[in-house]
Ligand binder design. Structure first.
Ligand SMILES: Nc1ncnc2c1ncn2[C@@H]1O[C@H](COP(=O)(O)OP(=O)(O)OP(=O)(O)O)[C@@H](O)[C@H]1O
Length: 267
């Protein structure tokens, strides 16, 4: 199988701190690749480098055959991105939000309507195209962001925590749409998530990152076999010494304690 994304010795330093350390991996065209790791492991820094938002300190990235560091425009035309934080305009309709994106990506005017219709149909929002985004639910907004990322016909879609903050039923619906995109359009998907059971259910290949390094990669079966565990969650725990959910919880606790301290000092 052909690799649509190839990463070699990718490193990012922030002053003396190395957030991503010489990571290398390949993503096959048409596959779903999940990038997993605890908070602060380096997932967002990596996805920002892959999508040309952040300049690597060293290393190579090839996307759809283009050097992402030297042929940025061509590399950018090859992918769509959905970041964690919504960047939709709430005061516009769903349709208007996508038109805006299509113009930025120079989608030919005569093709625009047809492409927007197809993108909205695949996420089940065509009938709601005239609604204002401010009236959309969280799940609908995420689906709209996915549709928007498709309108310039990318070969690969980057999704940073696509289901974070959504209820379980809505998360399932988002995964259904992602799987449909992958199966029906042969779209390559690169995603980060901390929902282990969801990664286990959808991903063809997995890479686990901790402290900026890839500590394990392969199919779910390969990882379970090598770590002698029964689930990805168990494998993750064994490899990192941490439960990904505990990690998030402890993050919340730290924030709460800090918030209390701040309140106390004010008095
Ligand atoms: N601009 C920056 N300057 C300094 N340090 C940074 C910067 N961006 C990220 N870091 C640090 O790099 C490390 C990796 O951060 P990153 O956001 O990539 O982690 P992550 O795996 O995406 O975590 P999360 O799930 O919390 O988003 C963290 O220790 C973070 O504090």
């Amino acid at each position: 199988m052909q690799n649509i994304l190839s990463v070699q010795s990718l490193t990012k330093k922030f002053d003396d701190f190395t957030a991503v350390k010489e990571i290398s991996f390949n993503v096959e065209a048409g596959s779903i690749f999940a990038f997993l790791g605890p908070n602060g492991a380096g997932k967002s820094t990596t996805i920002k480098m892959l999508t040309t938002v952040l300049k690597p300190t060293s290393g190579e990235i090839s996307i759809n055959g283009f050097n992402a560091l030297k042929e940025q425009d061509k590399a950018r035309a090859s992918f769509g991105i959905v970041f964690q934080d919504s960047s939709l305009d709430e005061e516009l309709t769903a349709y208007e939000n996508i038109v805006y994106h299509a113009v930025i990506y120079k989608v030919p005017k005569k093709e625009r309507d047809e492409r927007i219709r197809k993108a909205l149909e695949i996420v089940g929002l065509w009938n709601r195209r005239e609604d204002y985004v401010k009236n959309y639910s969280g799940g609908m907004k995420r689906r709209l962001e996915i549709a928007r990322a498709l309108v310039h016909y990318p070969k690969i879609l980057f999704l940073d925590e696509p289901t974070v903050g959504l209820d379980p039923q809505t998360r399932n619906s988002i995964w259904d749409h992602i799987k449909k995109l992958n199966e029906e359009r042969n779209m390559t998907i690169f995603l980060t998530t901390h929902y282990m059971e969801e990664a286990e259910a959808v991903a063809d290949q997995i890479a686990i990152i901790d402290h900026g390094k890839i500590i394990e990669s392969g199919t779910v079966e390969e990882i379970k076999k090598r770590t002698e565990t029964e689930s990805l969650e168990e494998a993750f725990l064994k490899l990192t010494g941490r439960d990904i959910r505990d990690d998030n919880d402890s993050g919340n606790k730290v924030r709460t304690i800090r918030g209390m301290r701040r309140r106390r000092t004010r008095h």
